[in-house]
Write a protein that binds this ligand. Sequence first.
Ligand code: FMN
Length: 111
Amino acid sequence: MEDADYIIIGSPIYFGEVTAQTKLFTDRFYSIYNNKNRNVDGKKVILIYTQGNPDAKVYEEYTKNQKAFLYDFMNFDVVNTLIAAGIHSKEDLNQKNEILKEAENIAMRIT
Ligand SMILES: Cc1cc2nc3c(=O)[nH]c(=O)nc-3n(C[C@H](O)[C@H](O)[C@H](O)COP(=O)(O)O)c2cc1C
C-alpha cells in the first residue's frame, strides 16, 4: 500500500454494506494507523461498489459515514467513488454504458 499510487477497493454491497471480506481487509488498516512510521498519509483511494438496487443514492449515508470513519480517519484521499447500481450479474454491467463510461473516465484521470 505504501508503494501504490492509488488504492482501488471494489466490493459488492451486501445488506447495505461492503462484504465481510472487504471489511476484513479494511479493518487491517488499524495496524497501519498505529504504526508511527506509517507512510500512507494522503494516499489516493478509488472506491467501486456494485449493488442490485437501481438507486445509486440509496446507500449514500453509508458511504458518507464510511468515508468519515474509515478513509478520512486514515488520512486517505477518496478521489472517486463509483456506484454501479442495478447490477445483478456481469451481463447487466455490459448493458450499462454510462457506468462503463464513468469507470473509463476515472481510469483516464489516474496519473
Ligand atoms: C448476500 C447478498 C446481499 C445483498 N445485499 C444487497 C443490498 O443490501 N443492496 C443491494 O442493492 N444489493 C444487494 N445485493 C446484490 C449485490 O450487491 C449485487 O448483485 C452485486 O453486483 C453482486 O456482486 P457479486 O456477484 O460479486 O456478489 C446482495 C447480494 C447478495 C448475494
